[in-house]
Design a binder for this molecule. Structure first.
Ligand code: GDP
Ligand code: MN
Length: 335
């Protein structure tokens, strides 16, 4: 029998779909959803899309994480629309709250300055906790230890197209480690000192750099300066063993000690992206052209035949790929 936090809602066989539903073929993968109880309605929308467009055929389990216990209402409503297994986990305090060694006066000054500068979430401590947790802790949660692959889902996102193959299987077969759909510039006021620490880390740890890395996507001058390009991490399909690797863990710990998650407002998007771009070969990073994905205010919408094949609901003309604020050009130039 399952521990009490596990709700089994395994669906009946779906052989009529003609799709690879054999549970034995399923990969060691889960959806990872960090959410607050108040995110429930937005979560229901996101999961609804995911089930309709992909998971009713594939039956991957979901792992929900929260820094507070999930309410019964949250668990009930979410379980009701999910065809597969669900687990709800509590994040341990030591993975979430601001560490004691952070200088609170300095952190307060940083937040006040950012608020004055109208930086989004500039005054928020909880947002900083979230960014640090996503950067360096989620893959260490007890409930995720049994998994290698994950697909991150946030509230109020849209999956606009049918996906009739298994992206985890694709990643494994093609030797991919990190997958994204949207890439853009980071707001520099949130990370003024980040790149300096990154270059120091590289100098001290040259052995961690991958040979054919993606530095050329993140820097226009061979690594001297950061062009602020990053993968938008609210969508990620990736291999948690990469985050668990020595290279990434040493990198995260190095950055964490600098305190920039609290003195500035370092996001998990630039931290994940810089880690992936430096410690992976560039061909281990995959752009999912065929996954229609939207997180306000941007959408990646597949073009041409892919749009038809996926019965996509998004507006092709609105795809962010070559928007002025997109970093898809920088990605393309290193391909
Ligand atoms: P944005 O996408 O950067 O505007 O930020 P979101 O508000 O979407 O937050 C990013 C993710 O973290 C979402 O999955 C949220 O549900 C989650 N999140 C943000 N803050 C908290 C928090 O304080 N507690 C919990 N449990 N989840 C949070
Ligand atoms: Mn979001």
């Amino acid at each position: 029998t399952n521990p009490p936090h596990v709700v089994n809602t395994t669906s009946p066989p779906l052989a009529h779909t003609g799709l690879p539903i054999d549970p034995a073929l399923r990969m060691n993968a889960t959806f990872v959803v960090l959410a607050r109880n108040g995110d429930l309605d937005g979560i229901i929308k996101s999961i609804g899309d995911m089930e309709d467009r992909f998971n009713k055929k594939f039956g991957y389990p979901y792992t929900f994480l929260n820094d507070e216990p999930f309410s019964d209402e949250f668990k009930n409503r979410v379980s009701n629309i999910i065809s597969s297994d669900v687990e709800f986990g509590l994040i341990p305090k030591e993975h979430w709250v601001q560490p004691d060694w952070i200088d609170e006066d300095k952190a307060t000054k940083g937040r006040e300055q950012m608020k004055a500068d109208k930086v989004i979430y500039g005054g928020s401590v909880s947002y900083r906790n979230m960014c640090r947790f996503n950067s360096g802790f989620f893959f260490r949660h007890d409930l995720l230890q049994k998994y290698k692959w994950y697909w991150r889902i946030e509230p109020d996102v849209h999956f606009h197209c049918d996906l009739d193959y298994d992206p985890f299987k694709f990643m494994q077969d093609e030797g991919k480690v990190y997958g994204f759909t949207i890439t853009m510039y980071e707001f520099i006021k949130t990370i003024p000192t980040l790149w300096g620490h990154v270059t120091d880390f590289i100098k001290q740890n040259p052995h961690h750099l991958a040979k054919n890395n993606a530095m050329g996507y993140m820097s226009d001058d061979g690594g001297k300066t950061y062009n602020k390009c990053h993968f938008w991490s609210n969508f990620e399909i990736a291999d948690m063993d990469f985050w668990r690797s020595d290279a990434y863990m040493e990198f995260f710990n190095y950055l964490d000690e600098k305190g920039g998650f609290y003195y500035e407002r370092w996001g998990d998007a630039p931290v994940h992206s810089i880690g992936a771009a430096l410690f992976l070969q560039k061909d281990q990073i995959h752009f999912f052209e065929d996954i229609g994905y939207e997180h306000n205010p941007y959408v990646h919408c597949p073009q041409g035949e892919l749009w038809k094949k996926g019965r996509c609901a998004c507006n092709k003309a609105k795809s962010f790929d070559y928007d002025g604020y997109s970093c898809k050009r920088q990605w393309d130039r290193i391909q």
